[in-house]
Design a protein around this ligand. Structure first.
Ligand code: CMP
Length: 139
């Protein structure tokens, strides 16, 4: 099924100038970039985005990290995009991520793990419009 998923190049990866390499990898793996923008998230935006994690011990630290610098927000499209992107990212902890995945290449820790991706169709339905109104899907 043709699907869309939300990807975020996180502040650690933007800071280290990995944005281009990550976007190039998406195109190489057959994803179509439907929308892309750079933003410096507010605390409220980061808290709302990660609201499902608000009871987790890492929540405050995660929010502080996500507002520590600009992020690149991307809508990717491809057959089975959600699972394909999760596979391409690798495990949450870069130390455990499979070889040649984005987190293995570009992540530095379980928090500063370079990229985010929607983890299910339901999550994607929340995450894409959270950052992109329909009119911004232009690709
Ligand atoms: P992400 O896929 O964006 O979803 C939640 C984020 O919380 C995760 O990537 C990590 O950046 C961060 N995080 C920090 N600590 C943990 C942890 N112990 N387990 C899972 N996620 C964590």
């Amino acid at each position: 099924m043709l699907e869309q998923t939300l990807a975020i190049v996180k502040p650690d990866a933007v800071r280290k100038k990995f944005t281009g390499a990550i976007l190039a990898r998406y195109e190489k793996e057959g994803f179509r970039i439907r929308a892309v923008k750079m933003r410096h998230l507010s605390k409220a935006e980061a808290e709302g985005f990660y609201a499902v994690h608000r009871e987790r011990p890492f929540f405050r630290s995660l929010v502080d990290f996500m507002v520590s610098g600009p992020v690149v927000l991307v809508v990717l499209e491809k057959e089975g995009a959600i699972l394909a992107h999760r596979t391409l990212m690798g495990a949450t902890d870069p130390a455990k991520a499979e070889k040649d995945t984005l987190r293995a290449h570009f992540g530095e820790s379980i928090e500063c793990n370079a990229v985010h991706g929607s983890d299910s169709a339901e999550t994607a339905r929340f995450e894409i419009p959270y950052f992109f109104p329909t009119v911004e899907l232009v690709g």
